[in-house]
Write a protein that binds this ligand. Structure first.
Ligand code: G3H
Ligand code: ZN
Length: 284
């Protein structure tokens, strides 16, 4: 499969000061809407699957669909595991051709997160695969896993330096006030913390839970050093809103192509809008 390691995409973004979308795929319509939007914008792309999405779609189908999607594409595409929970899951993705993996040990104590991440980096780098890890903890819900607000914790800048030095990760996801899923109020981002982390650590930083974050805040975060922006919920909502609208206006509607097709177009439009905010258009 013609995939690019994520580090290649993100190091360029870091050098030139923009961000690339880490866009989640949930089914065929998501994959097509996302890659078509990125191609039209001539933007690099990080296609990511959560463990839940792999379970829902099936690994063989993920690989087959992505292979078809990248076969004739002119843009650099990385296939990335999002929030990998164990060494075994990460190795399974690497063995199946993913060009990038995330290991999320953010719920472990620092020393254990370092130890497990370090082992994964060693194995992944040996075969040219990039690694993203997470330090600090995001609140919210993803793949039906909820993290209570009280368990969420912002990333400590000094711990981030120690973590990157000891693990050798290619990109670091930090917690600065975003959350997974739908926000109850407006998120408040800790831009000072982000600035401090980037000053101490000039590697690509990742913003998770970017759906629902005001676009001006996303732009500001990118100007302060975010190079990968993860979005899932915004695309799910765009797809579902379109399908709901069509069902509401036509009770006779039954052909899935007639509502999944427009849903896919809604995802594509949202992807193009996001790419303009991230600044990755024409960076392919
Ligand atoms: O890892 C994926 C994300 O962080 C997406 O979060 O669904 O809130 O956009 P979101
Ligand atoms: Zn996430």
């Amino acid at each position: 499969m013609k995939l690019v390691p994520m580090a290649e995409i993100l190091n360029k973004a870091n050098d030139e000061g923009y961000a690339v979308g880490g866009f989640n795929i949930n089914n065929l319509e998501f994959l097509q809407g996302i890659i078509w939007g990125a191609e039209e914008k001539n933007s690099p792309l990080i296609l990511q699957t959560s463990e839940g999405a792999i379970k829902y779609i099936g690994m063989d189908y993920v690989l087959g669909m992505v292979e078809a999607a990248v076969k004739n594409t002119h843009i650099p595409v990385a296939l990335h595991l999002d929030h990998g929970s164990s060494f075994e899951v990460v190795m399974k993705c690497i063995r199946n051709g993913y060009s990038s993996v995330m290991f999320d040990g953010s719920h472990y104590p620092l020393a254990e997160n370092i130890e497990q991440t370090r082992k994964i980096v060693e194995a992944a780098h040996a075969v040219g695969v990039s690694v993203e890890a997470e330090l600090g903890r995001l609140g919210g819900t993803e793949d039906d896993i909820s993290v209570d607000e009280r368990e969420a914790a912002f990333t400590d800048p000094d711990e981030a330096v120690e973590f990157v030095e000891k693990t050798g990760v290619d990109a670091l996801a930090i917690a600065i006030g975003t959350a997974h899923g739908v926000y109850k109020g407006d998120p408040e981002l800790d831009f000072e913390r982000l600035k401090t982390i980037k000053e101490k650590l000039n590697i690509p930083l990742v913003l998770h839970g970017a759906s629902g974050v005001p676009l001006e805040d996303v732009k500001k975060a990118i100007s302060l050093g975010i190079n990968k922006v993860n979005i899932n919920t915004d695309f799910q909502q765009a797809f579902t809103a379109k399908v709901r609208e069509l069902f509401a206006s036509d009770e006779e509607l039954y052909d899935p192509r007639k509502y999944c097709g427009p849903g896919r177009e809604a995802i594509k439009a949202k992807v193009m809008e996001k790419i303009d905010v991230l600044g990755s258009a024409n960076k392919a």
